[in-house]
Design a protein around this ligand. Sequence first.
Ligand SMILES: NC(=O)c1ccc[n+]([C@@H]2O[C@H](COP(=O)([O-])OP(=O)(O)OC[C@H]3O[C@@H](n4cnc5c(N)ncnc54)[C@H](O)[C@@H]3O)[C@@H](O)[C@H]2O)c1
Length: 431
Amino acid sequence: MELLDKIREHKARTGVIGLGYVGLPLAIEFAHAGFHTVGIDVDQRKVDAVNAGTSYIVDTTSEEVASLVATGRLRATSDFSVIEELDTINICVPTPLRKTKDPDMTYIVAAVTEIKKYLRAEQLVILESTTYPGTTEEVVLPALEEGGLKVGRDFFLAFSPERIDPGNKQFQTRNIPKVVGGVTAHCTQVAKALYEQSIETVVPVSSTRVAEMVKLLENTFRSVNIGLVNELALMSAKLGINVWEVIEAAATKPFGFMPFYPGPGLGGHCIPIDPFYLGWKAKMNGFEPRFIELAGQVNEAMPKFVVDKVTDALNNDGKPVRNSRIHVLGVTYKRNVNDTRESPALHVMKMLLDRGARLSYSDPYVPEIHEDGMELKGVAVRDALEAGTDCVVLLTDHGQFNYSEIVHRAPLIVDTRNALRDFIGGNIVRL
Ligand SMILES: NC(=O)c1ccc[n+]([C@@H]2O[C@H](COP(=O)([O-])OP(=O)(O)OC[C@H]3O[C@@H](n4cnc5c(N)ncnc54)[C@H](O)[C@@H]3O)[C@@H](O)[C@H]2O)c1
């Protein structure tokens, strides 16, 4: 039976390499659609968790994983030889930056090296990891063709950017339109057919490069607009204007404006990183990407701006940062998720510690922090307030925090998220 027919009849065996924020929800969607799905991960803890019916991803429940595992449609392994039995393989491994801000392709290369060992005719490989334009055809394709199989004839290769937004209750893997571009038209057709079985809208594009660039446009768009609004926040602070009020009023314009909000800096695995993948590739081709660089500079300066705000606010109360009791609210990179990757809160905290603050924090999603030399255990907000604090710094506006209690009891609050928009008080300092 041809691969296309196997897919359409849900007889294809699907596989997902990398069971993280992207890969696990995707594997679940394939399993829901009726495919026998195998997740492959090098992290044995994740493999064991999936097989035990436990979820470690905020938008996926353990019940969902457990019920799919119980039906036999979902399982996980760290043994790559299973690839031989698979008909489709989606690669969802990390694509971080090196310290030099160059792309770190080691995870993609490692995954492709494993696929290459087991690749056979009539298999479909789709790269989903965010990466620079050209990766699929310049890095993945040559490796897969080394064994003599030919793309478009023997096996199929495509790129499809992942657009998941952790914590978003309205849009999840199933109802976020999926862009897909294959190396050949037939590759696109097969990949499109796979996604159509489990995702509501599939948007085919003409090439892998276009599909790769789509993701980078989306994330660069966010990074640049957040950079712009962060700069407006800095400007407004100088001019004595409440930038939040400006944005809310501007957002009443029914066309031609989209609100973005300032904050303590960019976080997560996408917005602070992906534009640099594009910037790197542009530079390699002799093009200087000015917007990406500028937005990066403005956004990366925000944690320091927050620390200066805290310093000034304490100074107004006649206190130095050194030995002041500073309590941080929220350390994840955005509200209501459990992900601290690239979180600006960690940078702010590190700078405050380096200045001698007596630091504590509360975050319902993060019981402990062991990072960048910091060893901290979270405490309940009420306990911190009872023990006495000189300043509360609100860095991530989780829905669980009791803001009225905090405003009522804290002597000083620096609010970097406008979470206290409905409160009036001389103790509130806004970004
Ligand atoms: N998290 C998001 O919101 C998001 C959104 C869109 C796109 N992306 C992109 O999707 C990709 C994956 O991101 P993520 O957030 O799911 O990352 P993640 O770190 O949550 O998950 C990646 C998983 O891959 C595993 N892994 C690493 N190397 C492997 C290998 N060689 N073989 C098998 N497994 C391996 C890791 O153990 C981990 O479980 C990245 O390129 C990221 O930029 C992420």
